[in-house]
Design a protein. Structure first.
Length: 216
């Protein structure tokens, strides 16, 4: 396991507990300067005991979100934990994406996707909207053709900087596979979900219960 720094004062973690504000319940707030140990500590308070590679992935997601939000709340942390702890990590990783969209024109997307064994791939594509364009670009980069059969989005937290969770169901070669993604950017969340579905397919896995789209 990675060596973690030891802090004597929990306030170094920028965690505010229920005792700090005089309320009962879980009131945890982390800032962008909070470290991995602080995140692990906070997740344990929420009932998520993570370490190793899962903690590493959760911390990367936490830092990405914390860079755009003043504080990361307990609800945000639970969403991150659920996304990473229950996720299937395959060989394809969405490294970056770019979308150009304008009224009355097709959207265009460019993606960079890395593969654990085959290197990095870049591709561009046009689509009927930014999400469709990103999905088509992912298809081109991975050389895996998918057909979207279901798309759901939910706001995990409130406010202008709310986290969005996207769940997708994608058909590959006649079978459906699910994936989900989490981000403040809906297009990014959708791209993460789509890549995750492609990973599940490429690994020969069947859709599990958590990956199935939520019934209306």
């Amino acid at each position: 396991h990675d060596a973690l720094p030891i802090f004597k004062d929990r306030r170094t973690f920028e965690i505010m507990t229920k005792e700090d504000i005089g309320l009962e319940g879980t009131n945890i707030f982390l800032g962008k300067h909070s470290g991995r140990h602080a995140l692990k500590d906070a997740l344990e308070e929420l009932g998520y005991f993570v370490e190793g590679e899962v903690l590493k992935r959760a911390f990367v997601r936490f830092k990405e979100i914390a860079d755009h939000k003043k504080t990361v709340t307990a609800a945000d942390l639970e969403a991150i934990a659920a996304d990473e702890v229950g996720s299937f990590e395959g060989k394809y990783v969405l490294e970056s994406f770019r979308v150009v969209a304008a009224t009355g024109r097709q959207s265009r997307a460019a993606v960079t996707i890395s593969h654990a064994e085959q290197g990095t791939f870049e591709a561009e594509a046009e689509g009927e909207g930014p999400v469709d364009a990103v999905f088509r670009a992912v298809d081109a980069a991975t050389n895996i053709k998918g057909r979207l059969t279901d798309f759901r989005i939910d706001a995990v937290t409130g406010g202008k900087d709310a986290l969005g969770e996207v769940r997708v169901s994608v058909e590959f070669e006649g079978n459906e596979y699910g994936g989900r993604g989490l981000s403040q950017d809906v297009v990014e969340a959708a791209a993460r979900a789509y890549v995750r579905a492609a990973n599940v397919y490429s690994a020969g896995r069947v859709k599990s219960a958590w990956e199935a789209p939520v019934a209306p």
